[in-house]
Design a protein around this ligand. Structure first.
Ligand code: FAD
Length: 386
């Protein structure tokens, strides 16, 4: 494996870091306090990101994206992770699922997302179906040449307000030796379509200002031309994307952990108690050493998964390990950082408690830590019949 960074990669990291320092960090505290991103701030970040070529960096050049390889994208995500999702979301990275667009879908959905003219949301989770996707109850029933969707989704998140949703709905049920297995189809549903209602969701203590919505479908009729990919293959489509998405979550966790660790190190070196910097007490210095070591291990897991993906091997276990370890590592780093700051770590005047709250989410979305452990352990036990 070669984890050597090229001059181009270093330039990208430096320019993105400078962009965040200028355009994003100054707004983080206010966005967290108000749980809202002012429209002009979001628009400016997007406009500047388009100008500088950061927008849609995750998509191939053939559709107007940045065409970054997976290793470079991991470095890109790592920098994004240092700041609030509510703000870096405006440096849009349209879902790779849109690459499945065909015919007029390309000009109606994919290209406007690449050009920052439209924004999508990914609607999979339901009140009764989180980790257990097979519990999905949203259904799409064929009626002539159309499909009629009924059901509800929640936790569906994006910056600002989406223009359309990629909605997963059950279109058939298959009997398997292990019981019923639902087959879902992905539909492109425009906001404003009759029978599709989008309302603000919950008040989340993590990534404040990153909006989540509840979606309801009440006899929402869409044409067969709104199907993304193939009928009954929606979850396969989602799965391909979710696997790589887990590597990106791992990378963002590493970025955030590094920012926290740097703050903790600075505080430990400059805060004096009992006549010396608190970093001279082993209780503090060993925490720093553990942070640095665990961060390095997480970085290596992320790079390992990204490097293998660049060689054409996308192993779900690599992605699960990267997401599991990096998000759990971030939780420990965030908690140690609060401890090193003492009382000040909990005060909203400093960014620590915000980053601690933001960090908590990473162990939950894109598959909880328990689901990642399930994926990893299944790969160990299954070959032995366990
Ligand atoms: C801020 C935010 C934004 C989100 N954005 C989106 C979005 O844009 N689109 C979208 O579709 N979803 C989104 N989600 C949903 C997210 O993916 C789910 O929260 C996640 O998959 C977990 O589902 P759940 O919350 O229903 O928890 P549950 O599935 O109810 O899990 C609860 C607990 O039970 C454990 N558990 C469940 N099953 C098992 C098992 N088999 N073995 C061991 N433990 C288990 C879990 O690990 C967890 O600890 C978002 C969530 C949040 C919080």
């Amino acid at each position: 494996m070669d984890f050597h960074t090229t001059d181009e990669q270093r330039m990208l990291v430096d320019s993105l870091t400078a962009f965040l320092a200028d355009e994003i960090y100054p707004h983080e505290a206010e966005v967290d306090r108000t749980a809202a991103v002012p429209e002009e701030v979001g628009e400016r970040i997007t406009r500047r990101a388009v100008e500088l070529g950061f927008y849609a960096a995750n998509l191939p050049e053939s559709v107007g994206g940045g065409g970054l390889d997976n290793m470079t994208l991991a470095l890109f995500q790592r920098v994004l992770g240092t700041c609030s999702h509510a703000l870096h979301g405006y440096i849009g990275q349209p879902t790779e699922l849109l690459l499945a667009c065909e015919g007029d879908q390309v000009e109606r959905y994919l290209m406007p997302c690449v050009r920052a003219e439209k924004r999508e949301c990914f609607a999979l989770s339901e009140p009764g179906a989180g980790s257990d996707i097979n519990a999905m109850t949203t259904r799409a029933v064929r009626d002539g040449g159309d499909y009629v969707i009924n059901g509800a989704k929640h936790f569906i998140s994006t910056v600002g307000v989406p223009d359309f949703a990629i909605v997963f709905a059950v279109t058939s049920v298959e009997d398997t030796p292990k019981g019923e297995r639902k087959r879902a189809t992905a539909f492109l549903v425009d906001c404003g379509t009759k029978g599709f209602d989008l309302e603000p969701g919950y008040d989340c203590i993590s990534v404040r200002g990153y909006n989540n919505f509840r979606l309801t479908f009440d006899d929402c009729r869409v044409g067969a031309g709104q199907i993304l990919g193939e009928v009954d293959r929606g979850l396969d489509l989602a799965d391909t994307w979710l696997k790589m998405g887990r590597v990106w979550v791992g990378a963002t966790c590493c970025g955030k952990a590094e920012r926290l660790m740097n703050l903790a190190t600075e505080w430990a070196a400059t805060r004096h108690q009992f006549g010396q910097p608190i970093g001279r007490f082993q209780g503090t210095s060993f925490k720093l050493a553990d942070m640095a070591t665990e961060l390095r291990a997480a970085d290596l897991l992320v790079m390992n998964a990204a490097w293998k993906a660049d060689q054409g091997v996308m192993d779900p276990v690599d992605a699960a390990m990267a997401k599991l370890y990096a998000s759990e590592m971030l939780g420990r780093v965030a908690d140690h950082t609060v401890q090193i700051y003492g009382g000040m770590g909990l005060m909203s005047e400093l960014p620590i408690e915000r980053m601690w709250r933001d960090s908590r989410l990473e162990r939950i979305w894109d598959g909880t830590s328990e689901i990642q452990r399930h994926i990893i352990s299944r790969s160990m036990l299954r070959p032995l019949g366990g």
